[in-house]
Design a protein around this ligand. Sequence first.
Ligand SMILES: C[S@@+](CC[C@H](N)C(=O)[O-])C[C@H]1O[C@@H](n2cnc3c(N)ncnc32)[C@H](O)[C@@H]1O
Length: 336
Amino acid sequence: MNASRFAVDLSARGLLYAIANDRIHAPLPLDAEKNWQLWTEPKSALLQLLSRAYPPKSLRVAYLNEMLDSDHSQGIEAHYDISNDFYALFLDSKYRFYTCAEFKNDTETLEQAQTNKAQYLLSLLKLDGDEKILDLGCGWGAMLRFLQDTGHRGELTGFTLSKEQKIYACEQLDLNVSLTDFITHDFKPAAYDRILSIGSLEHVRPNELEQLYQKTYDALVPGGLAVHQFFSLVREAYPTSMVTIQLFFPGSLLVMHHTHIAAAERAGFKITHDSIHDYRPTLRAWYERLVANQAQALELVGLEIFNRYMTFFPLSWLFFQQHEAELHRIVMAKPA
Ligand SMILES: C[S@@+](CC[C@H](N)C(=O)[O-])C[C@H]1O[C@@H](n2cnc3c(N)ncnc32)[C@H](O)[C@@H]1O
């Protein structure tokens, strides 16, 4: 352990940040079993209280607001532009979804579970086949490809901020994906029949939410639908978990769920579906695949990034286990 870094992290960022940062910089690959247990075994009430109460809210708000001054694309590049081949080692081999899947039982594969999720979202989209669909934050084009596979004929467009994802989606999959920031983009009015997002509203900062819902509302035709899958905070705004998450998503800050709903309703949307789903089995599945592909991962991205993801998955599992946030699938309808 680097005692001085740990001490500085502990006093400035709190207990979980200090432990996570220490493990990310471990001199050897983290032991799969012990590492998973460290984060996921039940914690005492005192430890939970300590890790939630420190740093105090004023310090958290000051630090997070400073992080939010950074450009969106920097945070996205830091997380996503590592290596497409690295992500392929642990994501489902069929579509490369980097978002919560839907495991119906313990024996299903990640590939099946991601297809279940895509089918669920497809049912929410209520398509006839010719709709113009925009995927906000389309990643490696997973949902666009799933829509193609189901025979969708209408125009499909994807936005991402990751250069690596764009290259993969355009050059390998021949999809219509552009490097477009959906926060600053000037949407044309009534340009789409459906707007979709899976796992990208988490990157929208509290002060950008209102405007984004208004812009997407205006970009939909009357009677159009927005279908979003994202997780949002349950307990409090600016929690300590968001300080720790800066190690993995610099410049991102989750928003309270009721704030999402209120902003969408103010834009004019009617919420017609809101279901809650469990992210933990997906995080466990990604972890197992990363562990199984340790040698290749180390070769592709080196020790620090390997240990970073070995820390990220169980820490995120703990985040959902402790009910810090919930994963929602939501349909927002623009009245006809
Ligand atoms: C967790 S990934 C999810 C990708 C994909 N939807 C999936 O299910 O695998 C989040 C995606 O949101 C994109 N994203 C985040 N903020 C964005 C922004 N402001 N503009 C465009 N894309 C953004 C990232 O580039 C990334 O593709």
